[in-house]
Design a protein around this ligand. Structure first.
Ligand code: NDP
Length: 245
């Protein structure tokens, strides 16, 4: 049986590109989504048309029981789970003094708790298999901070820290755990920003252009590959030079 990869939030944007790339690399890809059933099924069709294999699975990553059921479905149906990309993420931007409790809760629940939920549920089958790869999608702002994104930045900085802790715990089991921190990548998440904000961002990018979703997919594919077997506990920044750690 071939390798099985779960990509959360793979119906659109960065997750979609990661799913398509992994499909081309020969993984059977589980295309997780929250609400966009049609778009997730379109990603599955695209992978299949390119000769690969995929399945769409709906699940809200912030719900522990739904994640548990999704992982059980994957191991029952496909026999293993070899690679997980925790990509599902949301923003609810607001200045600190205006931020609603619900805005904090939603972003931290989906981005941070969702990542924990998936990692804890896939760790058991990966430990049984004596190996696996976990890749968490963080963000440049987890390192830089960003006015108006206290909730989002806390969730992404949390992912960077969690990546190191889990990498230490799972290394003896042959499982590597890394994060990829995108800079400004063109997607639905960044389309909503005003032209003003976009040109301010561009002025801070030494390579002088925004990234695209394939830039992130390529980095994920490298971390998933045998070439990256000695890399664990790292956050890899992909941002055109906007932040140099
Ligand atoms: P998009 O908004 O384009 O896509 C978000 C994806 O996450 C969708 O597939 C969506 O599914 C899914 N999703 C949202 N909520 C949930 C949930 N509760 N459970 C499961 N899936 C969910 O985002 P991007 O592609 O831009 O971002 C992907 C990741 O990259 C995120 O973690 C984001 O924080 C990070 N990132 C993005 C940057 C950028 O510049 N774009 C920069 C830095 C980090 P559905 O379609 O069903 O709603």
């Amino acid at each position: 049986m071939g390798s099985i990869a779960l990509v959360t939030g793979a119906s659109r944007g960065i997750g979609r590109s990661i799913a398509l790339k992994l499909g081309k690399e020969g993984y059977t890809v589980i295309v997780n989504y929250s609400g966009s059933k049609d778009r997730a099924e379109a990603v599955v069709s695209e992978i299949e048309e390119a000769g690969g294999s995929a399945e769409a699975v709906q699940c809200q990553v912030q719900n522990f029981d739904e994640v548990k059921a999704m992982v059980k479905h994957i191991t029952d149906t496909h026999g293993s789970i070899d690679l997980v990309v925790n990509n599902a993420g949301v923003t609810k931007d607001n200045l600190l003094m205006r931020m609603k409790e619900a805005e904090w809760d939603q972003v931290v629940d989906v981005n941070l708790k969702g990542t924990f939920n998936v990692i804890q549920n896939v760790a058991r089958p990966m430990i049984r298999q004596k190996g696996g790869r976990i890749i968490n999608i963080s963000s440049i702002v987890g390192s830089l901070g960003n006015a108006g994104q206290t909730n989002y930045v806390a969730s992404k900085a949390g992912i960077d820290g969690m990546t190191k802790s889990v990498a230490r715990e799972l290394a003896p089991k042959g499982i590597t755990v890394n994060a990829v921190a995108p800079g400004f990548i063109e997607s639905d998440m960044t389309d909503v920003l005003s032209d003003d904000v976009k040109s301010q961002m561009l002025a801070q990018i030494p390579l002088n252009h925004f990234g695209n979703t394939d830039d992130i997919a390529e980095t994920v594919a490298f971390l998933a590959s045998g070439s990256a077997r000695y890399i664990t506990g790292q956050t890899i920044h992909v941002n055109g030079g906007m932040y140099m750690g």
